[in-house]
Design a protein. Structure first.
Length: 160
């Protein structure tokens, strides 16, 4: 099955780029980043900013934009059966010039090992510090509090 990513969420003030690999089935069907109800991405991010998680996707995107973050995926398109990153084949990358040329990106946080490995192949890996974060996917079974702690520490450093 061919999968296609979404447009990035960012402003010209974005300083930290958060990258997934490719949205999973629930996200593709909802046309929203991290739409699976058990994905920890939004709870981790909202808790970092001391807010309750909003169910509104526009509020979620506003949180990204209002806090100098950018959100996108490494892959523009790929072939994949199911939602697992290990099933990604024939990846075509997004045009990262769109963000790096207009924003002051100072750090990239890759949501999981696959996003990190794919981003290494884009030619933008050396443009700023790149961090491999624990995946927020429910398939990655690290306890939520540990994921929060690692993400929060890295966000604190990247946004300093």
């Amino acid at each position: 099955m061919e999968c296609q990513s979404f447009e990035p969420v960012f402003t010209h003030d974005s300083r930290v780029l958060i990258l997934g690999s490719m949205p999973g089935i629930a996200s593709l069907e909802a046309s929203q980043y991290y739409a699976h109800p058990r994905n920890a991405f939004w709870p981790v991010l909202f808790s970092y900013f001391g807010k309750s998680v909003s169910a509104s996707y526009s509020d979620r995107c506003m949180l990204i934009r209002d806090n100098d973050l950018a959100l996108w995926d490494v892959c523009r398109t790929c072939q994949r059966e199911g939602s697992l990153d290990t099933a990604i084949r024939d990846a075509a990358f997004n045009d990262f010039h769109r963000i790096f040329d207009v924003c002051g990106i100072q750090a990239v946080l890759c949501n999981g090992q696959k996003a990190y490995c794919l981003f290494r192949r884009t030619g933008f890996f050396e443009s700023c510090p790149v961090f491999c974060m624990p995946s927020t996917s429910p398939a990655f079974t690290m306890p939520f509090q540990k994921k929060c702690s690692i993400w929060h520490d890295c966000l604190r450093q990247a946004l300093a």
